[in-house]
Design a protein around this ligand. Structure first.
Ligand code: URA
Length: 258
């Protein structure tokens, strides 16, 4: 791949800006400074540096972020900074999107990617990707409330009841809820529908992705997935990500940067 194009694909600016970075001697390949903007580089497994900082070439980027409170999951936030402001500029330039949304005051696991197929698979209701939330509630939980959440509650915008896949009380004021839908304010509205109120909300898991305990609020890290999803078997909609479980859960090899 042409070096200028390679840098451009990784979010380092326009073609012109990337050329200028290279010609200024700010780019190194395998530790070797290069000023040849048209050098033909094999991107597979490539580590390059720009202005002294190392980057790994990634055809697609998958990131897990520990979303802090006070950030919006929007490209054009209205009242609070965007979660994208927590990522370095080259990643933002790649047009990462959040995989679903969390409310401004919700904390926890948020995935971001520039892989449209992955985004689709993880957000389409058809795939029933489970999301695990921990909610702190105002009033002591009752068995009746937990049972109603499991049986299904009616929200005002839809006559069909919405069920929690599981609803477990961790203590009198803490509930662990597993949901497969992605309705607006779903947890808060379901909890309100059974007569309680969410005071704080945190997402711990999404599908196979688990928020690592050592990833602090505001920190992020790469998640390594295979570059190309496999097409679905005939007759099924969407795409399959045939990812070994350990890859989904991989957090150790990734580099957390602020
Ligand atoms: N449900 C909510 O009510 N809020 C969130 O941020 C996520 C799920």
């Amino acid at each position: 791949m042409n070096l200028t194009k390679l840098l451009q694909s990784q979010g380092f600016g326009t073609r012109r800006e990337c050329r200028s970075l290279i010609l200024s001697g700010l780019v190194a390949i395998g530790g070797q400074e290069t000023t040849d903007a048209d050098a033909d580089i094999n991107p597979v497994g490539l580590v390059f540096s720009v202005d002294g900082q190392d980057w790994q070439y990634r055809e697609k980027v998958y990131v897990m972020l520990h979303k802090p409170a006070g950030y919006e999951c929007s490209q054009k936030p209205k009242h609070h900074p965007s979660v994208l402001s927590l990522l370095p500029v080259p990643l933002r330039n790649r047009g990462l999107q959040t995989v679903g949304r969390l409310d401004e005051d919700t904390t926890g696991l948020l995935l971001l990617t520039d892989d449209g197929q992955f985004l689709h698979v993880y957000t389409t209701p058809k795939k029933n990707i489970p999301k695990v939330y921990r909610a702190t509630v105002r009033y002591p939980l009752t068995e009746a409330q937990l049972a109603a959440l499991r049986a299904g509650v009616v929200l005002h915008d839809d006559p069909d009841p919405v069920q929690a896949q599981s609803a477990i009380a961790r203590d009198a004021h803490t509930i662990e809820l597993t949901l497969t839908g992605g309705k607006y304010h779903q947890v808060k509205r379901m909890v309100a529908a059974v007569g309680n109120r969410v005071e704080a909300l945190h997402r711990e898991r999404m599908g196979e992705f688990v928020l690592p305990p050592d990833l602090k609020p505001g920190e992020w890290r790469y998640v390594d997935l295979p570059p190309h999803p496999h097409p679905s078997p005939a007759g099924e909609e969407g795409v399959n990500f045939e990812v070994p479980p350990e890859a989904h859960r991989q957090t150790g090899a990734a580099v957390a940067r602020q």
